[in-house]
Design a protein around this ligand. Structure first.
Ligand code: ACO
Length: 331
């Protein structure tokens, strides 16, 4: 069936908390060095939320900017989707809390849990609703506040994450419009679900005195095992959408990948044979903000006019699950 409408990004925004923690600050509290973090990951700074901030607070700031950029008001939305693994509460969804913050109701609002691939999953869901003419404008936010879920005794994870939110308004693209989603591919390999998780706090291991004492409510990650899957899985989903649309990599203006490790970003660029100048990197400023990395990078590049209306952008991510996904669009 040929869809009546297509979907496009009509507005973007991002928010990061004021507090900046750089590698030298971490050297004072963790058994690590600036040299190790820089050479192994490409990270230098990350932003940490204040004790009274929650994910919905960051999502609200980013979303307000995205609505403004799209030239619409919250009452014009037909849906809110928040991609997060660090929402305000296990339930209800952070999307419903965001709906309340905007003072609107009467349309669906829900969260998507797909780790760092969350924003790509959520954008793909939004695309289906737009194409089926069920909504005209959908707010899709990637937000994470992982600094509160870090195990400060585990240096292999505690230096990697930053807090932030990236928001996008995904709207109907009329046939005459050049901006549109071209294609998307989502995947997951649940056989590796236990490589990256928050072990306790759910129905498998409910919160208890013991779970708190053992630090089971914090991020557990087998980083080097995930590393091996990252490039392979992102390459696979990128290659699929390029081939399916008969596109040579030379026709891609920009590649925005999940910002988890500079070595992973560069290795993917090389494997795709894309000019490294077209690969967007901001990991040194924000570290890994999980589901927020791609919408933050997209908003930054639009606001500083690096990425312009009409550019072809390929996005790719991987994360907890293990999930992976790509999204190809003309901005
Ligand atoms: N400072 C100093 N040394 C450290 C640190 C640190 N912060 N962390 C680990 N090390 C040491 C280890 O103890 C180890 O020492 P040893 O050789 O004496 O045993 C050594 O560094 C190498 O450790 P590795 O884990 O093998 O290091 P690696 O080169 O793999 O880098 C990293 C680790 C950065 C985590 C990398 O594996 C990575 O980026 N993995 C992918 C992570 C990821 O992308 N996750 C998915 C997205 S996140 C999400 O979905 C929420």
């Amino acid at each position: 069936m040929i869809a009546k409408y297509n979907a496009k990004i009509s507005g973007t925004g991002h928010y990061v908390p004021d507090k900046i923690v750089n590698n030298f600050d971490l050297e004072k509290i963790v058994d690590t060095t600036d040299e190790w973090i820089r050479t192994r990951t490409g990270m230098f700074e990350r932003h940490h939320a204040s004790s009274d901030q929650a994910s919905s607070d960051m999502a609200y700031e980013a979303a307000a900017k995205a609505l403004d950029a799209a030239g619409i008001r919250a009452k014009d939305l037909g849906m809110i989707i928040v991609a997060t693994v660090s929402g305000d509460h296990p339930f209800p969804s952070t999307a419903c809390i965001l709906q309340k913050r905007f003072g609107v109701k009467g349309f669906p609002a829900f969260d998507v849990s797909a780790g760092c691939t969350g924003w790509i999953y959520a954008a793909n869901i939004a695309k289906q609703y737009i194409e089926n003419d069920i909504a005209e404008h959908i707010l899709v936010v990637g937000v994470e506040l992982l600094s509160k879920l870090i195990n400060w005794d585990d240096r292999s994870t505690n230096v990697l994450f930053g807090d932030g939110a990236g928001a996008t308004v995904i709207s109907r693209s009329e046939p005459k419009d050049i901006s549109r989603f071209i294609d998307s591919e989502l995947s997951a390999d649940g056989s590796h679900y236990d490589l990256l998780m928050q072990p306790a706090g759910g129905s498998r291991t409910p919160a208890s005195k013991e779970s708190v004492e053992k630090n089971l409510h914090t991020v557990y990650m087998e980083g080097n095992k995930i590393f091996k899957h990252a490039v392979k899985s992102m390459y696979h989903v990128c290659d699929l959408v390029l081939k399916r649309n008969h596109l040579d990599v030379k026709s891609i203006d920009w590649l925005i990948t999940h910002q988890a490790n500079l070595r992973i970003i560069e290795a993917l660029g090389k494997k795709l044979k894309i000019d490294q100048d077209k690969v967007i990197v901001n990991i040194e400023k924000y570290a890994n903000t999980s589901s927020a990395t791609i919408p933050i990078a997209l908003d930054e590049c639009i606001r500083n006019s690096k990425i312009r209306h009409g550019d072809i952008v390929l996005m790719a991510s991987f994360g907890a699950g293990l999930t992976s996904g790509s999204l190809l669009m003309r901005l």
